[in-house]
Design a protein around this ligand. Structure first.
Ligand code: SAM
Length: 225
């Protein structure tokens, strides 16, 4: 007879350490095991929170091999908390596979509300937030043009993540497909000391990042058609 414990997906700060919730701290300090995308990165946070729990790696390179093992441990009654390097696990980060397999195995799964980059970007963009699409990272090569065309035709606000090396190119491609006057908000280093949001037309955003080299982490929020 198995005792089914819980799988917790636990959001961690995307920059500002004050954004960890009291519940996240409690869940992490009560878990039997913490699965971390990078044990060194999460180790720094956990030490800062004075949490000393067994930790194992769970990242995109081992999630397929290790998921059954962790489901077995959950079936055995352990409570497992999953964290990624920053933000909410499962949002452009590992988490989905274990959540799906744990649910299939009849284990209770919950995600704590907490930090993620997409929601503050959307809400602070000033663009309609009643309905929106989240695209994660766009494909770098194959399928990129198709995805960009789909985004250009979308009526809802679209939110996506972009690396600093591609921000300018992506804004230029969007300006070609959507026209230069479509509204955009380019959100940089959210919650950090150098948080900065450039709001305006695609043409204005292109001009801004042609002059100021994009550095740091970015979320792009594009107005719908
Ligand atoms: N799980 C995370 C979340 O819930 O937002 C996302 C992880 S994904 C691997 C990392 C990307 O998220 C970055 O490349 C950037 O696009 C976005 N991101 C994360 N933190 C950010 C921040 N502080 N400011 C702006 N974008 C951020």
């Amino acid at each position: 007879m198995y005792f089914c414990a819980m799988l917790y997906l636990v959001p961690t700060p995307i920059g500002n350490l004050e954004d960890i919730t009291q519940r996240a701290v409690r869940v992490l300090s009560e878990a039997d095991l913490i699965l971390a995308e990078d044990t060194r990165t999460s180790g720094v946070l956990l030490r800062h929170l004075d949490i000393h729990k067994p930790m194992l790696s769970y990242h995109k390179f081992n999630e397929h091999q290790s998921v059954e093992h962790f489901v077995e441990r959950l079936r055995g009654g352990e409570t497992i908390a999953v964290v990624s390097d920053a933000g909410t696990p499962g949002i452009s980060d590992p988490g989905f596979l274990l959540a799906r397999e744990a649910i299939r195995a009849g284990i209770e799964v919950t995600c704590l509300p907490g930090p993620t980059a997409l929601i503050p970007a959307l809400v602070a963009s000033g663009l309609p937030s009643d309905r929106f699409c989240f695209e994660g990272f766009l494909p770098q090569k194959k399928g990129r043009q198709t995805r960009l065309r789909e985004i250009a035709e979308e009526r809802r606000t679209t939110v996506f993540y972009e690396s600093p090396h591609r921000v300018l190119k992506t804004l230029q491609q969007l300006a070609e497909l959507c026209g230069p006057d479509r509204q955009v908000a380019v959100c940089r280093e959210l919650t950090k000391v150098h948080e900065d949001i450039v709001r305006g037309t695609l043409q204005e955003a292109v001009a801004h990042f042609t002059e100021h080299e994009p550095r740091g982490e970015f979320v792009i929020v594009l107005a719908g058609l």
